[in-house]
Design a protein around this ligand. Structure first.
Ligand SMILES: [Zn+2]
Ligand SMILES: [Zn+2]
Length: 195
């Protein structure tokens, strides 16, 4: 079994970017190319960046994608709904169920609308990169385009289907796990859906 390496890079606006790489082939994927893009590029030195993917279209999560593409040559991707919502272009428009390969790994795209219409989570083995859909102890900051009811539905229909041991890597704050959030996150406590 190939080894997956996950490096977290802290960016402007307290955004977490993640560099996933296959230890065998050195192929890598960047999730959430915010700014400064150079900081991500530095951390990705020695890797072949195949994809640069955004969990959603908010500037803090995607504002560095073109700079990072220029620096690394990776192919950019964002869900179609957020490409429209935020007028963002990319090499590839993602849809629910898409699968992207890097090295010996596969990324599965889960469309989890709510925080934004085109919010997605990326699943690699038992690691889920969840953007602002769910954070440790809460959810991402609500914006004008956020539909919390839809977000809760996405969490219920897509994330709660994953194994409880699934590790969660949010767009802000510390990593956590599904079972930990089930126990501690107020959104799972009845009327707590306004967290
Ligand atoms: Zn956001
Ligand atoms: Zn955010």
């Amino acid at each position: 079994m190939a080894k997956l390496s996950i490096v977290k890079v802290k960016l402007d606006r307290e955004v977490n970017s993640y560099i996933l790489s296959c230890a065998t082939t050195k192929e890598a994927v960047v999730i959430d190319p915010g700014q400064p893009a150079e900081k991500i590029a530095e951390q990705a030195a020695g890797l072949t960046v195949k994809y640069i993917l955004a969990t959603h279209g908010h500037p803090g999560h995607v504002g560095g994608k073109d700079d990072l593409k220029a620096a690394t040559g990776g192919e950019t991707g964002i869900h179609t709904a957020d490409a429209k919502q935020f007028l963002r272009s990319a090499d590839r428009y993602l849809l629910d169920g898409d699968e992207l390969d890097f090295g010996e790994f596969k990324i599965q795209v889960l469309h989890t609308p709510g925080h934004t219409p085109g919010s997605v989570c990326f699943l690699v083995a038992n690691h889920a990169f969840v953007g602002d859909t769910i954070l440790a102890g809460g959810i991402g900051r609500q914006m004008p385009e956020t539909d919390v009811r839809r977000q809760m539905m996405s969490i219920g229909t897509k994330l709660l289907r994953l194994a409880p041991s699934t590790a969660l890597y949010p767009g802000h704050g510390p990593a956590t796990s599904l079972e930990r959030e089930l126990a501690q996150n107020p959104i799972f406590r009845g009327a707590g859906a306004r967290a």
